[in-house]
Design a binder for this molecule. Sequence first.
Ligand code: C5P
Length: 202
Amino acid sequence: MTFTVAIDGPAAAGKGTISKAVAAHFGFAHLDTGLLYRAVGAKVLAGEAAIAAAEALDPADLENDDLRTPAVAQAASEVAVIPQVRAALVAFQQNFARREGGAVLDGRDIGTVICPHADAKLFVTASADCRAMRRFEELTAKGMDIAFETVLVDVKERDARDRSRATAPLVPADDAVLLDTSDLTIDDAVAQAIAIIEAARR
Ligand code: C5P
């Protein structure tokens, strides 16, 4: 059995939390595709060339806690603009999507470019302030010393870059179900996502 769930949306909208919970609920595998771009971004910060780094990316490169910093997030959104970087990462994502037992992929272009025929598509959003506050709480809980304003600027800059790029911009697929999590608890957001996927399975 293959079943692909595509979950897209802007930075810190709750995609990661929802994707992990949904994958656990249905017993599907989960791929956070942002990590691919973050791993390439981290290599560029370390002095490598973006396209070569994307072409040589190893799944082991994704197992790195340092990929979660705002500096790496910015570098990720910069390399994500380069068409050859995106092209180098397509096959890995599509193979993951087709894996036996079902898969959830979260990112920016899963429902539009990577898996246009996904069985279920969600576009998860929330207001910029709300997303920045969640990311701020996540980073400070990890002990990072960072100002809320810095996180808000990072989130807005990345959104603008993700939405305006020529290749695979951040945009909801025509057949995606919108899920605004601004006023939802995590449990409610997850329950709604599960209901949307259940409906697609019937
Ligand atoms: O989701 P996350 O915040 O980890 O993604 C980091 C950056 O990687 C995003 O700002 C975006 O520019 C890029 N990205 C992308 N396509 C994806 C996933 C992430 O362009 N499918």
